[in-house]
Write a protein that binds this ligand. Structure first.
Ligand SMILES: NC(=O)c1ccc[n+]([C@@H]2O[C@H](COP(=O)([O-])OP(=O)(O)OC[C@H]3O[C@@H](n4cnc5c(N)ncnc54)[C@H](OP(=O)(O)O)[C@@H]3O)[C@@H](O)[C@H]2O)c1
Length: 246
């Protein structure tokens, strides 16, 4: 089975990369199950996908709550009958230097970017084992490979996710479960809005708008990975906008 008729759960689907992936996958015939906290944005997206002839359903989901992630994954099975792909995409990036002691933001990044991914894996694995296979994709980042001043905690979460996903790949290859991370550089999305340090926020937004990738450029990489035949496990796609040096 390629993309058509696959059931794909996407977290962080209310904007940016998640929303673009939902539209791209639904346009290719996937049945998409959308989670994020902003239910109104999800509802708009479901309407848009259905008007374009696609199939979608949404459930407001906070990935820091394990039971909500479980409910989202369970909805895929109860509504569409199975779970083929879990796309752990939700993430936040309130970057700042450590001495500013934005400890609550460190907690949030760990809860959303790491624990949210783990809760997704916990919800999906039993179903995929029962079904005899599946695919788990997580949005990592160039920040999962490179750290800079002011990205210590964010990069730490993305390094952790890269490690967790590689461990998952090694453990689950024998169960016919494919694991992949997509690691974008700068992408024009709403992610900058999670930055509370005004100067960093402004410069990040400026870079996103002037030379960032579009969310759809990343969605294309996700579509490519899902669209491979079952014997091909794309493990990572790292993509930067051409002008991005680091
Ligand atoms: N933009 C970039 O430059 C870039 C580069 C590399 C990697 N990434 C990664 O790409 C992923 C998607 O981000 P984006 O760039 O598309 O930014 P975005 O437009 O801000 O999207 C982030 C998504 O995560 C959701 N989210 C945040 N906290 C959540 C929570 N507690 N529970 C459920 N959903 C939550 C948001 O929805 P709600 O607010 O509605 O919950 C939103 O749908 C993130 O993992 C990010 O780290 C982005």
């Amino acid at each position: 089975m390629m993309i058509k008729d696959k059931v794909v759960v996407i977290t962080g689907a209310s904007s940016g990369i998640g929303a673009a992936s939902a539209k791209a996958l639904a346009a290719k015939g996937a049945q998409v199950v959308l989670g994020a906290r902003r239910g109104d944005r999800l509802d708009q997206l479901v309407t848009e996908i259905k008007q374009a002839g696609g199939q979608a359903i949404a459930l407001p989901t906070d990935v820091t709550k394990r039971e909500q992630v479980q409910a989202l994954v369970d909805l895929a099975v109860s509504h569409f009958g199975r779970l083929d792909v879990l796309y752990n995409n939700a993430g936040v990036m309130p970057i700042s230097e450590l001495h500013l002691l934005k400890v609550n933001e460190w907690d949030t990044m760990i809860d959303v970017n790491i624990k949210g991914v783990l809760y997704g894996i916990a919800a999906a694995l039993p179903i995929m084992h029962q079904q005899g296979g599946g695919q788990i994709i997580t949005t990592d980042s160039v920040a999962g490979h490179v750290v800079h001043a002011n990205t210590a905690v964010y990069a730490g979460t993305k390094f952790a996710v890269r490690t967790i996903m590689e461990g998952l790949r090694q453990e689950e290859s024998k169960h016919n479960i494919r694991a992949m991370i997509v690691s974008p550089g700068v992408v024009e999305t709403e992610l900058y809005s999670t930055i509370t340090d005004q100067q960093t926020r402004d410069s990040t937004y400026h870079n996103q708008r002037t030379w960032g990738l579009k969310a759809n450029d990343v969605a294309n990489a996700v579509v490519y990975a899902i669209d491979q035949p079952a014997n091909v496990n794309i493990n990572e796609i790292l993509l930067r906008p051409t002008p991005q040096e680091h």
